[in-house]
Design a protein around this ligand. Sequence first.
Ligand code: NAD
Length: 353
Amino acid sequence: MPESFVHTGFPSRIVFGAGTLDQVAAEVESLQISKALVIATGSARDAADVVELGLEDRFAGRIDEVRQHVPVERADAARAKAREISADGIVALGGGSAIGLAKAIALTTGLPIVAVPTTYAGSEMTPVWGQTADGAKTTGTDLAVLPRTVVYDPVLSRGLPLGITAASVANALAHCVEATWTVKADPITELTAVEGARALHDGLLAVVEDPHDLDARGNLLYGACLAGSALATAGTGLHHKLCHLLGGTYGLPHAETHAAVLPQVTHLNAPAVPRAKSRLESAIQAENLATGLYDFFSTTGVPTSLRALGLSEQQAKEAAQQFAAGNPANVVPVDEKTLTELLLAAWSGERPS
Ligand code: NAD
């Protein structure tokens, strides 16, 4: 029998498969959206054109400019645009940044979102929103921002460059790994997380061989979906909170920051969750989870140091100090000394041992 647990699932509809982009208009219609605002990452412009055509008179307007970490000015401008065109729903195509902007609108208006992810960040499966103002990132949880429908079409991510692919997979793996040690971790989430890690690991190895391999791209999106679900039900812990601080305060790129920090946090925390550690080790075919992640990122070309992302050693120390001041809760108690050691290891990119 498993230990006592509480698991709260989230209601979202998932449409998965090659060519499902063509079903977006029908999904919009079934949500009774009559004036859709389309938000698309620059790289998803072609897909957005297809959606726009399919929507016919349900198309009301479009935003093509999105930024990481949702700067508050962008969020305000997007809300103004939604008001101006009397949008009653949003279709977001792209990575976490496009979906994040849609969530910023939904947060204050309750407009339903149809998400069409083209990276592996997993935001489409979560009720978590984020916004950045004056160098600080604020995140929160609100069911209003959970996309009602998610359309996963692996064809759309076939052109995602290898570097972005590998970093985005690191971001998704971070959801899977951290989901096993947060205060809300539970056995159902753990199963989801372990299966997600397996799909992400196998998918990335195959995509490195052939970036256009549709099966492998499908495996990655499936893994991203499971990783996002695990993040949604387990919430965030030390790892994600550190990455949000680094991204919000020092402007570091989201996915790459995860790759540099995850092996170090895993080295600290994984021994506290031995069953999950061993399951995740077999999912990523590693003898040790922390070094296995580090080696996997290194061999797939993701930078494993914060220094390579432009952070200075002094900033790493400052971040540890700032983070420790908030007395962070963690499965293994941490203080300023532990956090400084951890962030300096992530800064220099040393292999955990
Ligand atoms: P992103 O959306 O900025 O995309 C990364 C890059 O990939 C961009 O340059 C984009 O143009 C390009 N790209 C996207 N799809 C492409 C495609 N199919 N082909 C070619 N290029 C493509 O970054 P991301 O890593 O997907 O998301 C990061 C953001 O998402 C951060 O702001 C992060 O905080 C947020 N996030 C939120 C959650 C949540 O639950 N709220 C979860 C994960 C990430």
